[in-house]
Each structure stands twice: as structure tokens, then as C-alpha cells.
Design a protein around this ligand. Structure first.
Ligand code: ADP
Ligand code: MG
Length: 337
């Protein structure tokens, strides 16, 4: 790569970080900035090599193209996708693309959700969701190496990388678990690096709208509310709370719904905020259905589902999930007596 090419690439990288505030930008030390640039340069070189074997139809900006190639090459090698056709939606954390399936998949299209580079990702406040969750590695297995666990706690650059992958792995493993349990979620096919491949909801011409963009008549709304509640119940039975459930994370297609967007799932057993997060999910779902004319007592629905699983409201947290070094945990411990 010539020096000019490299400079051009780096300018593009700067464009793609536009979302970061000026002051944040200033604060970023020069050392970190040059590390970022070095990583970007490496990414472009890798992408150049990959593009000799794998190309796709979608016309992306250069940085996005490099990121896509790098994120999807293994998935393409494993015959899960054969082409990227278009971008369906660009989010703050991830973008979703319509892809043509590879030979391994028995459906014409799949969706690829590709997380933005860790350094450019607009990190959701993930701390409250991660309480009581064991971090996962890139294959979705629990991380057990002391060095890895320590790196995450120290927030070293390596630790942040593992934490980023754990976030993605929670989304994929949750989809696997829920799909197997019969929940209405897109069938998950593969997770590699920053990407998750799943069933595409919609058809070649149109992606399914999110429920918030759909007006239902009351009778259909009633049926779909029951359906969502049924799914929330399946999740709870599988020790999962969505954590960000609302009408923007439910797709509507052909009279059916699919729940999506799971990286922040909460484990009810281990998180002291579990009941509050659970109740918030149910309230936000009911906000949508109430606006569609369905009577919906969110607090009662939430309390019934919660207590039916044997949880008490404001329930105690098992001591094994409390960290004696953490002042908040200590307080809780003392309160629980
Ligand atoms: N399997 C899918 N099929 C079709 N569209 C999808 C699929 N998954 C996600 N999308 C689209 O991409 C958007 C973003 O996906 P989501 O998982 O909610 O990520 P984000 O974290 O960016 O909100 C969704 O609102 C939806 O429009
Ligand atoms: Mg979403």
C-alpha cells in the first residue's frame, strides 16, 4: 500500500468516527490515535487480500467494505453466505445486511448483523446487564482463564476486545437457546468475529418492518400481545430476560412476529436489577399494545410471569453472585442479612 493510499484510508476512518464528540476526540491520546490508525491500516491490507477471493454486490464505502470483508470472510468460506446484497439498517452498535445464502443454508437469504469495530462502537451502558453473567469467548463458551477474566476487569485493550466478543456471543447463544425452545426468533446460523448470521425476516425486496412502524387492528393486536407474552415466558423459563424489549426490537412479517437484538440479555438468577429490567420490558411492550387499543395491565402481567417462575419481587440475590470487593454488592449483602 502506498503512503498516499494509506493517508486516504485514514481520512475515511476519521469520517467514520464523526459521531464521536469533539471533546472526546480531543481527549483521545495521540498514542491511542496512532494505534487506531495502525489497526485500520492492517485491516485495509487484510481486506485487500480477502477481496481477491471474496467480492460482493453491495457497494460499500471503503472503510465499511474493508470491515465487511474482514468480518464475513470466514462465514463465506464456510458457505453460509455467498453475497452481500444490501444494507438493511445501520445502527449505532451494528448494521444489518441482506445476504444471499451459501450452500450450507437451506433458505435463499440470510441477515448478517455486523457489529461495528469495538473502538467505533457506541457502547451501550452494558454494566448493569453483565452483572451475574459469565463472559463468553468467541465460540460462546464460558471464559474461565484467570488472565482473561482479569483483563476484562482491568479494562485493558485486550480485555475490552474479549468483552466486545462476549457481548456478541451472548446475542448468538441466546438466539440458539430460544430458537431451540420454540420462541419466535430468527433462526441463528453462525457467529464469526463481529458477525451473526440468521434468518432474514422479510423477502428479497422488503425487510420486515419493526412493530413500532405497524398499525394493527385491535383483534390482531390482542393476538400478537399474547404471542409476545408467550415469548417472554419462554425466555424466563430459559433463564433469560431480553433487557431491551420494545416495539423496535420486534419484527412484523406476514402476521407473525420475531424478537431480535439480544446482546444485553439478563440472567434473572444473578442480577439484582433483574425484576426491574424485566418489568421495564413488559411495560414498554404494553405501551405499544395499549396504543393499538388493547387493554394491557403491564405490572400485573409482569408480576404474574415473574412469580409463576418462583421468583419473588425484589427477590434476594444468591451470595455466590455478590462480589465482596464491590461496595454496592456489600450493601445488598448486608441488607439481605
Ligand atoms: N433477521 C433480520 N431480518 C430482517 N431485518 C433485521 C433482522 N435483524 C435485524 N434487522 C433489522 O436491523 C435493525 C437493527 O437490528 P438490531 O438487532 O435491533 O440491532 P441494533 O442493536 O442496531 O438495534 C432492526 O431494527 C431491523 O430493522
Ligand atoms: Mg435494535
Amino acid at each position: 500500500m502506498s503512503k498516499n493510499q494509506l493517508l486516504e484510508y485514514l481520512e475515511e476512518l476519521d469520517d467514520s468516527t464523526e459521531g464521536e464528540s469533539h471533546s472526546t476526540h480531543k481527549r483521545v491520546s495521540q498514542k491511542r490515535e496512532s494505534k487506531k490508525q495502525e489497526m485500520a491500516a492492517r485491516l485495509f491490507i487484510r481486506a485487500q487480500e480477502i477481496s481477491q477471493k471474496f467480492q460482493f454486490t453491495y457497494k460499500a464505502a471503503r472503510f465499511e467494505e474493508a470491515w465487511l470483508l474482514d468480518s464475513l470472510v470466514e462465514i463465506a468460506n464456510h458457505q453460509k453466505i455467498s453475497d452481500v446484497l444490501r444494507k438493511v439498517k445501520a445502527g449505532k452498535e451494528a448494521s444489518v445486511y441482506l445476504c444471499k445464502s451459501g450452500e450450507e443454508i437451506d433458505a435463499p437469504y440470510v441477515a448478517a448483523k455486523i457489529y461495528r469495530p469495538r473502538s467505533l462502537r457506541n457502547l451501550k451502558n452494558d454494566a448493569q446487564y453483565r452483572v451475574g453473567r459469565v463472559d463468553l469467548d468467541e465460540d460462546g463458551a464460558a471464559l474461565w482463564k484467570r488472565a482473561d477474566v482479569d483483563a476484562i476487569a482491568k479494562r485493558s485493550s485486550y480485555g475490552e476486545e474479549i468483552r466486545h466478543h462476549s457481548w456478541i456471543a451472548y446475542e448468538f447463544t441466546t438466539m440458539e437457546l430460544l430458537y431451540a425452545a420454540g420462541a419466535d426468533v430468527p433462526k441463528p446460523y453462525a457467529m464469526e468475529k463481529n458477525a451473526i448470521v440468521m434468518d432474514f425476516v422479510g423477502d428479497a425486496a422488503t425487510a420486515a418492518p419493526v412493530l413500532s412502524a405497524v398499525d394493527l387492528d385491535v383483534s390482531e393486536a390482542r393476538v400478537l400481545l399474547d404471542r409476545v407474552v408467550h415469548n417472554v415466558e419462554i425466555m424466563l423459563a430459559n433463564n433469560r430476560i431480553h433487557g431491551d424489549l420494545y416495539a423496535y426490537n420486534i419484527l412484523y412479517w406476514d402476521g407473525d412476529i420475531k424478537l431480535i437484538d439480544f446482546p444485553q440479555v439478563v440472567l434473572p438468577e444473578g442480577n439484582p436489577a433483574a425484576w426491574n429490567i424485566f418489568q421495564r420490558d413488559v411495560i414498554r411492550v404494553c405501551d405499544y399494545f395499549s396504543a393499538q387499543g388493547v387493554h394491557c395491565d403491564a405490572r400485573k402481567i409482569a408480576a404474574d410471569l415473574w412469580t409463576a417462575r418462583g421468583y419473588s419481587i425484589g427477590k434476594q440475590v444468591h451470595p455466590k453472585y455478590l462480589d465482596p470487593e464491590n461496595p454496592e454488592d456489600r450493601q445488598l449483602w448486608e441488607k439481605q442479612g
